[in-house]
Design a protein around this ligand. Structure first.
Ligand SMILES: NC(=O)c1ccc[n+]([C@@H]2O[C@H](COP(=O)([O-])OP(=O)(O)OC[C@H]3O[C@@H](n4cnc5c(N)ncnc54)[C@H](OP(=O)(O)O)[C@@H]3O)[C@@H](O)[C@H]2O)c1
Length: 273
């Protein structure tokens, strides 16, 4: 990829599960190089073990942020405030970089308070970003212009799909998009167990369940049809599918899954406090 496609100098602050996934995606897609992307870690010596295999340098956050035009905050929500305070004290925000935060439950207003004069964009990716199959929802915060949102779209677009929503939905996005993979894994595990109970080898059952979920999701996206209508196609009168669906509804699967998302969204809103 040509140099003009590279992102401006970027600091990845926090190098855990998501930080590592972001770095891997940005490097793989040629949006960043080890020269343009630096890792800022609380414990650089520990982070180096994971950063160096990617060719990246891990330094203290102030050092990483100093000349970066984009700061990606990938620390836990409770650590965001302290990190921004530390950067501000060190003068590492004086050049007003774009702050791109993926921290769940941390609103753009509180980010702007800690980073005055910086444009703020909030984003919620999910773990399938690690293999380029994620979905990220972005929203504009104080000072964010179209060019800042474009940068966020480029960053997360190399790891899957990107959607844009108003900030009022971001905790709900966390409950559905951020936590969602965990819910789907639980459903896949449970569906596979039904087949294991019938004697199917576990590995085969899991692969079959995952491929079924993949196909059903692709079908919904490709046709734009409502899930109830697609479900009707599978549900022959007096057949086996309606028997299975009624058993699931007896277990209140619909409200259980809906409440799972609702509960995760509520807790997401409390994570930073
Ligand atoms: N995991 C997900 O599915 C997911 C999805 C969407 C969004 N998110 C958001 O992504 C963020 C990171 O989540 P994660 O799962 O990647 O967490 P994680 O694996 O715990 O990683 C957080 C990293 O931040 C580092 N850190 C803590 N304080 C720091 C500081 N002051 N300066 C620099 N680095 C610091 C930690 O280092 P130490 O080990 O040294 O403390 C750790 O490496 C969270 O805000 C979360 O809400 C996560």
């Amino acid at each position: 990829m040509s140099e003009e496609n590279h992102l401006p100098a970027t600091a990845l602050l926090g190098f855990g599960t998501m930080g590592h996934a972001l770095a891997t995606g940005l490097l793989a897609q040629g949006l960043a190089t080890p020269e343009t992307l630096r890792v800022g870690a609380r414990r650089p010596d520990v982070a180096r073990a994971h950063a160096e295999p990617l060719g990246l340098t891990a330094v203290h956050p102030e050092e990483a942020a100093d000349h970066a035009q984009i700061l990606v905050l990938a620390v836990k929500p409770r650590d965001v405030d302290g990190l921004l305070h530390r950067l501000q004290e060190a003068g590492a925000l004086d050049h007003h970089p774009l702050i791109l935060s993926i921290a769940a439950g941390v609103g753009t207003a509180s980010l702007a308070e800690r980073a005055p004069g910086c444009a703020i964009v909030r984003a919620m990716p999910n773990t399938p970003c690690a293999i380029g199959k994620g979905v990220t929802v972005i929203c504009a915060g104080p000072g964010a212009e179209a060019r800042h949102l474009d940068l966020a779209r480029r960053i997360f677009g190399c790891m899957g799909s990107v959607m844009e929503l108003d900030e009022k939905h971001m905790d709900t996005v966390t409950g559905l998009g951020g936590s969602g993979p965990a819910f789907i894994y639980l459903v896949l595990e449970a569906m596979a167990e039904g087949a294991v109970m019938r004697g199917m080898p576990r590995a085969v059952a899991l692969e079959l369940a995952a491929r079924v979920a993949l196909g059903a999701s692709e079908m919904l996206l490709a046709t734009g049809r409502h899930p109830a209508s697609l479900r009707d196609d599978v549900t022959t009168p007096a057949g086996c599918t309606i028997a299975g669906l009624l058993a699931l509804e007896d277990g209140r699967i619909r409200s259980v899954l809906a409440r799972g998302v609702e509960t995760a969204a509520k807790v997401a809103g409390e994570l930073a406090s």
